[in-house]
Design a protein around this ligand. Structure first.
Ligand code: HEM
Length: 178
């Protein structure tokens, strides 16, 4: 998993809970190198899950809620760092349909060792987009936060229905309506 995910996760924790919380979570998670991540480095996703679990236990939060909030944070970072990937679309459905074939393809050119989810999108009608998430990292709640932030960016009101396609959380279907 790319370092930007770690540096931005810790940045979000600092904004919401303060520097002491970051320090405590790094120590309690027992991640290597005292949590000294660099944005362009690559680290095991198990370290991300360790940091997330420690934060959730310390602050009594649900992992899904934290990942969804993190999706919102990450969208703002992506908009700042890669504006052209976002402004190329004219609405949320167009952007979401371009994640698999364009956005994440460009991410892979920038970071060849990025570990990305797979998305399959189908426009069911003018107001409904089906998006199927598949990833061994089981971070579909992060996708929910990114989808909600995408809609907000385009000033659209959407609802997201979520359905697990298997019990492991590796495959999830979103029904996005606007
Ligand atoms: C400009 C827009 C975007 C950029 C630059 C971007 C970039 C990235 C990067 C750098 C990662 C980390 C890869 C790694 O850790 O190795 C990532 C992961 C991820 N992206 Fe995107 N992304 C964008 C939009 C989106 C959107 C709109 C969605 C949701 C529909 C999405 C869903 C995800 C998810 C869920 C992951 C976590 C990894 C996983 O679940 O396997 N991304 N993306």
């Amino acid at each position: 998993m790319k370092g930007i995910v770690f540096t931005e996760f810790l940045e979000m924790v600092e904004e919401k809970y303060g520097y002491e919380a970051v320090d405590r979570i790094i120590r309690q998670s027992k991640v290597p190198n005292d949590g000294a991540y660099t944005a362009t480095g690559t680290y095991p996703s198990s370290e991300m899950h360790a940091l997330l679990t420690t934060l959730c236990n310390a602050e009594q939060l649900s992992g899904d809620d934290v990942l969804t909030a993190f999706g919102d944070h990450l969208f703002r970072v992506f908009l700042k760092n890669y504006p052209w990937l976002i402004t190329a679309s004219k609405d949320s459905f167009q952007l979401l349909e371009s994640v698999e074939g364009t956005i994440h393809v460009d991410v892979l050119k920038l970071y060849p060792d990025a570990e990305l989810p797979r998305f399959q999108t189908t426009r069911l009608d003018e107001h409904t987009l089906e998006m199927i998430y598949q990833s061994d990292r089981r971070m579909s709640s992060l996708a929910v936060g990114l989808i909600m932030a995408t809609a907000r960016h385009f000033q659209e009101q959407i609802t997201i229905e979520t359905e697990s396609l298997e019990s492991t959380g590796k495959s999830v279907r979103f029904l996005i309506k606007k």
